[in-house]
Design a protein around this ligand. Sequence first.
Ligand SMILES: N[C@@H](CCC(=O)N[C@@H](CS)C(=O)NCC(=O)O)C(=O)O
Length: 248
Amino acid sequence: MTLKVYADRLSQPSRAVLIFCKINGIDFEEITVEFLKHQQFTPEYKEINPMSQVPAIVDGTFKLFESHAILIYLASAYPGVPDHWYPADVFKRAKIHSVLAWHHSYLRRGATGIVYHSIMAPLHGLTFDPQVPEQARKILPKSLSILEDYWLEGTGPFLFGNSEPSIADLSLVCEIMQLEFLSEKEYREILSPYKKVLKWIEDTKNATGPYFDEVHMALFNVQNEIRERMVKQSISSHKGGSESECIK
Ligand SMILES: N[C@@H](CCC(=O)N[C@@H](CS)C(=O)NCC(=O)O)C(=O)O
């Protein structure tokens, strides 16, 4: 039975799983669950992921959610996945777990905190907390500095100075790509101080081409529309409305 991947290409963890399957020649069926249209809340999907989030997979009778766990499962269960994605060496593996845990506690809180709570959710009438982006704007530069000075230390182009990417490179770069929803100016202001991070994004794109661009096309297709709506929002915010009212 073919592996089923339930995903939305506007979701960064979904894109990481899709790109991983494609780059490793894993045969799968992609089933789109549009989270901005609340499709994750159907009873059928809740049977697959009771948390009502994407991505999730069904492999035969086995169901799994959480993108990091999915990437580890696929790298371990599918023969032919090159070792660098999820090394057999227990020490290298442990380092990957370490950066993946950090991802969800820091980088994702920063990036998603800004993009989801100040752009995606308000624009789509979903629940959001206007205080989250404020905290996230403090967490994100700290996370990017840690990436630049600690995780990307070493001679090779990837995390830990490795010469080839792991599931962690893919996962973290897909997260940062979500910042493409910000205005071009803000995107540049946030990322331009981090030269190693910028180079690492390019290196990861190149190492996972052509699938990286193919899967991210969905993001770029809605980027302009979102950016235009954000421009309108900032015009009205100068008129003194509250943040949430302006975004809506
Ligand atoms: N930690 C989860 C995060 C999953 C997640 O937050 N998915 C978002 C899209 S990026 C979602 O489905 N949101 C819909 C909702 O929470 O209602 C993972 O890595 O898979």
